[in-house]
Design a protein. Structure first.
Length: 149
């Protein structure tokens, strides 16, 4: 498993925690920034590179963190092949993977605890895409939208 990770100033501290967990779990990752805490930075500068990599590299995942998670999700979902989902607990992370084959997890750093974030990341990375035909039918339709853009 390969994970690309990114965060602006609002998610920087959480991103650094996530990197430690990924190392503990022996998961390969690449940090695409921010490399330093910079209060004036902008989330698109980190969300876009993560989304493009994940969209172009089958079988990879992305993790993004900002204050609400919303902005990064909006940016990430503009990249072909990216399916970014905001998750604020284990159930929403599970549903994003199981039901929608999300490949990018967006975390709302201002609204979750570090302990909760760890559980969310773990649920996202360990949940496979569900087997129900309806899930596959729906994701196939999403993929066709990518092709038609």
């Amino acid at each position: 498993m390969k994970v690309y990770i990114g965060a602006d100033h609002g998610g920087f501290k959480l991103k650094e925690e996530i990197k430690e967990w990924l190392s503990e779990w022996h998961i390969e990752f690449t940090d695409l920034g921010a490399n330093n805490y910079t209060p004036e930075d902008d989330y698109p500068d980190y969300a876009w590179p993560v989304a493009v990599r994940v969209g172009n590299e089958q079988g990879t995942f992305g993790i993004l963190a900002c204050r609400s998670g919303q902005g990064e999700a909006i940016v990430a979902n503009k990249a072909k092949g990216a399916r970014a989902a905001l998750a604020w607990n284990e159930k929403t992370a599970f549903a994003a993977r199981n039901d929608d084959d999300a490949n990018i997890l967006c975390l709302p750093a201002d609204y979750i605890t570090v302990d909760n974030a760890k559980k969310i990341v773990h649920a996202f990375l360990t949940t496979p895409f569900g087997k129900d035909e309806r899930y596959h039918r729906r994701v196939d339709k999403v993929k066709k939208i990518d092709i038609n853009l």
